[in-house]
Design a protein around this ligand. Structure first.
Ligand SMILES: Cc1cc2nc3c(=O)[nH]c(=O)nc-3n(C[C@H](O)[C@H](O)[C@H](O)COP(=O)(O)O)c2cc1C
Length: 359
């Protein structure tokens, strides 16, 4: 039933199902390997990992599976915030820190060095590299290509898809507004990039010549069937994999997703300085209306790290970043391999219902 398409051929996978690379510890080797072993494409969420941590994780994935996998990075430049900007950001967080009994601390660094992370990916000759937030410098794309790595960029508009195509990527993820986590918008305002998956996918399919991966709100086989009907050649699912048994997401995060509903999430800059969709909580509400004072990513992300980590230790959902998409009622607790198989089986059932033998 599952024939090949450009995407499955390029990626060397059986089913057109990609587990999103989710930075922050959810998408680690156990989950990645389980998805790849099941015939999908697992992705290491390496955005916040140190270069050495990335190398270790890649080796761990390779010890668990011979199948292709991806590594995902957040294209980030070293920031140089002004003293004033930092002061404003710290003042904004002071009441939260007081309530939590935390001393305001100095972040060791804002984000890992992107160049050092990329060196590891080149050295390790990874099968697939996916990225978001920007387009990496051409030299990195060329070096990865020389090692045979397939490149996947993230677009939230057709314009961004065209820029990615011109940069020479192999596939483009269409990240709809429903998607959990950070927005990948890099050419335009975040509001311009808030295009729903249903509207974005077919327009991107028409606008570029590369295979398109649909992402945002896809949780089951109905979502996969719908994405393929819109012209996508595969799907990328994040939230759906967060509650799988191999997920590294915090138990409180998982519980909130399993209990969440279609209206539980909001897009906020409160945690990281970059718009991201997550389950609304007290921290988001406390910073609402003060968007102007929040320093940009990754500065705010570093300033809130201590708050988020302390909240996680205390199992306090009100101060944790609970990134999730809008498909919350469809989340399930099961093995990641089981989810991949269930999604493709459900999609087959949809086609059967339509009396179509599509593959
Ligand atoms: C917890 C979480 C973390 C995420 N981290 C990343 C990331 O590091 N890199 C990335 O490209 N996308 C990241 N995303 C976005 C996903 O790639 C994808 O666009 C999104 O999960 C799709 O929507 P869905 O969650 O409704 O499936 C993240 C999403 C979530 C839920």
């Amino acid at each position: 039933m599952w024939g090949e398409n450009r995407l499955t051929r390029m990626l060397g996978i059986r089913y057109p199902v990609i587990q999103a690379g989710m930075a922050g510890g959810a998408a680690m080797p156990e989950l990645v390997a389980a998805v790849s072993e099941a015939g999908g494409l697992g992705t290491l969420g390496a955005g916040y990992l140190s270069p050495e941590g990335i190398r270790e994780a890649i080796r761990e994935i390779r010890s668990r599976t011979d199948r292709p996998f991806a590594v995902n990075l957040l294209v980030t430049q070293e920031p140089s915030p002004s003293a004033e900007e930092l002061q404003r950001g710290r003042e904004l967080l002071a009441p939260v820190q007081r309530e939590m009994g935390l001393e305001p601390g100095e972040p060791a660094r804002y984000a890992p060095s992107f160049a050092a992370q990329m060196e590891v990916l080149v050295e390790e000759k990874i099968p697939v590299f996916s990225f978001t937030f920007a387009i990496p410098e051409q030299k990195w794309l060329n070096r990865l290509k020389e090692e045979g790595t397939i490149l996947i960029g993230t677009a939230t508009t057709v314009r961004e898809g065209k820029l990615l195509e011109a940069a020479g990527v192999d596939l483009v993820t269409a990240q709809g507004a429903e998607a959990g986590g950070h927005r990948g918008t890099f050419a335009g305002t975040y509001e311009q990039g808030m295009v729903g998956t249903m509207a974005l996918v077919p327009q991107l399919v028409d606008g570029i010549g590369l295979p398109v991966i649909a992402a945002g709100g896809i949780m089951d086989g109905r979502g996969l069937a719908a994405a393929l009907a819109l012209g996508a050649e595969g799907v990328q699912m994040g939230t759906a994999f967060l509650t799988c048994t191999e997920s590294g997401a915090h138990e409180v995060h998982q519980a909130q997703i399993l209990e969440g509903t279609e209206d539980s999430t909001v897009v906020t800059r409160a945690f990281s300085g970059k718009p991201a969709r997550g389950i609304r909580n007290r921290f988001i509400d406390q910073l609402a209306g003060r968007e102007e004072e929040i320093p940009p990513y990754p500065v705010q992300n570093a300033l809130t790290r201590e708050i988020r980590q302390a909240a996680a230790r205390r199992k306090d959902p009100e101060r944790m970043s609970l990134w999730a998409g809008q498909g919350l009622r469809l989340s399930r607790r099961q093995g990641a391999g089981e989810l991949v198989h269930q999604v493709v089986t459900e999609a087959e059932a949809v086609w059967k219902r339509f009396g179509d033998q599509k593959g």
